[in-house]
Design a protein around this ligand. Structure first.
Ligand code: HEM
Length: 462
């Protein structure tokens, strides 16, 4: 049960490419030029992956079992709407990539890749294949010929563990790391001229204990879904397609979103037990997204317009000392109450924070835009628990993810301020870091992740 303070609670601190296999049309496959939403609508309800494979009655029976009875509602009735929206597909094509401003799902599988090929053409082919696979998977379709539809003599195109599962609001979002453009001074793929100015090498912040093997990367893929198996399936299949061209450098599983882009919903809690994501940019707030998240035409480079920058930080929490800390001290650390989530000096969670009512070292006071020249970021992080560390301590924390228009006026000033004075630092440590330029959305079937970037470098060369 979530604990909620009553309105009368005391107020502390205050006076009161080509689609894979698309050339082999199948009756059971939605028309490829449809968007994910159209495909879902055309199916009448959220289609199960197995039913899309066309296995008929046997497939449906198995699919229903796998979906825990959810499939039973497909025939209609008052439950259908809910089931459809819970398992629904998020459109893949659009102006911006899904997975940034779209509603935050429950689960994450994030992976950073090293590009292992030296061949620009092979990299382009990979990005086209990844785009087609992501479009299919987000619509709830299997990759290529599927897990069981291809040649019996060949390994299946799709690994199969998502058969019978719904699209589960899967979003797959790609980013390009600085090392894709230039690594050890080398212009590896002819992209150096298009390196965005804001794709900086992040400075070392006080307290950082970054593991280089778990930081950076040439490419990143963020897969979010309401079903963990669907998110894992997405990364696994991209990794499989990448064989010989790109290899996973590091990855992170996450659960229990720690932020929200839908203010109407109950704010989730992080592993310290506090509501997290109260003051975040709403996915429906187009002016705020334009101002703080989307790269504009004027920002440059042109290929990145409509895109963004993502910062990731694996932040380990010192859970055991935290659990021995008094409630009052915990609340002082954030400057918000634990139950209601109200800022100090105020009563309700969504009340405007009164920064002066908080201790000078409180996390919220230091992170607030008013303390950082207006710096505003869209947070989209997840909790993680990766077992114990060999010393009997939980290896758990926050996999922090933040999107912004420019890190130099977004994450960097906020993190400088937090690293310098945040009393929360006694209980956390940043152990991994990533920064990636996130290209704009894939417009249609003819478009692919990185097309504008590669075309820009062709124009430069000619
Ligand atoms: C484990 C580490 C962290 C924890 C547990 C944590 C937790 C919280 C909590 C509970 C809030 C208050 C509720 C809310 O408005 O969302 C908050 C606010 C915020 N945090 Fe963090 N946070 C962490 C790391 C960071 C980092 C690394 C940054 C950015 C560099 C950051 C930026 C912010 C911002 C911008 C706000 C909103 C401030 C406002 O406008 O009121 N946080 N955080």
């Amino acid at each position: 049960m979530r604990d909620e303070a009553t309105p009368e609670a005391p107020v502390p601190g205050g006076p009161a490419a080509d689609q894979l296999g698309a050339d082999r049309p199948r009756a059971d496959r939605p028309a490829p030029e449809q968007t994910a939403a159209e495909q879902t609508a055309a199916a009448g309800a959220s289609p199960s992956r197995r039913s899309l494979l066309g296995w008929g009655g046997a497939g449906l029976a198995l699919g229903a079992a796998a979906a825990g009875g959810a499939a039973a509602a497909l025939g209609g009735g008052s439950g259908t709407q809910n089931v459809a929206s819970e398992g629904a597909a998020v459109p893949f094509h659009g102006e911006h990539q899904a997975g940034i401003a779209t509603p935050v799902q429950d689960r994450l599988h994030f992976a950073a890749f090293d590009v292992t090929t030296k061949d620009r053409t092979a990299l382009i082919a990979l990005l086209k294949e990844w785009t087609a696979a992501a479009a299919a998977m987000t619509a709830g379709r299997p990759v290529g010929e599927g897990a069981v539809g291809g040649l019996p003599e060949a390994p299946p195109d799709d690994t199969g563990e998502a058969l019978g599962l719904k699209p589960s609001r899967l979003t797959v979002t790609i980013g390009f790391g600085r090392t894709l453009f230039v690594k050890d001074g080398e212009d590896r793929f002819g992209l150096k001229s298009q390196l965005p100015e804001a794709l900086v090498e992040l400075e070392k912040f006080p307290g950082d204990a970054l593991d280089p093997a778990r930081s950076g990367g040439d490419l990143c893929v963020q897969a979010c879904a309401d079903d963990p198996q669907v998110a894992v399936h997405a990364i696994r299949n991209l990794s499989r397609i990448g064989f010989g061209r790109a290899a996973i450098r590091w990855s992170q599983l996450g659960f229990g979103k720690t932020s929200s882009t839908t203010p109407g919903e109950q704010t989730p809690r992080n592993l310290m037990g506090f509501k997290d994501g109260t003051r975040n940019i709403a996915g429906t707030d187009a002016p705020a997204l334009r101002k703080h998240v989307w790269v504009s035409d004027k920002d440059g480079p042109t290929w990145l317009a409509g895109g963004s920058y993502v910062v990731t930080r694996r932040i380990r929490m010192r859970i055991e000392p935290w659990d021995r800390t008094s409630l009052k001290e915990q609340e002082d650390i954030f400057g918000r109450t634990k139950g209601e989530g109200a800022p100090y000096g105020r009563r309700r969670e969504r009340d405007e924070p009164d920064l002066k009512a908080m201790p000078a070292t409180a996390h919220v006071r230091l992170a607030h835009p008013d303390s950082n020249g207006g710096a505003t970021i869209l947070r989209r992080g997840y909790s993680f628990t990766d077992g114990t560390d060999g010393l009997g301590l939980l290896d758990a924390g926050l996999f922090f993810i933040a999107y912004q228009r420019d890190v130099r006026t977004g994450f960097v000033p906020v993190q400088r301020s937090l690293a310098r004075a945040d009393v929360l630092n006694e209980y956390i440590q940043h152990v991994s870091s990533g920064l990636f330029a996130v290209p704009p959305g894939v417009r249609d079937r003819g478009d692919w992740w990185g097309r504008a970037l590669f075309e820009a470098t062709e124009r430069n060369a000619s």
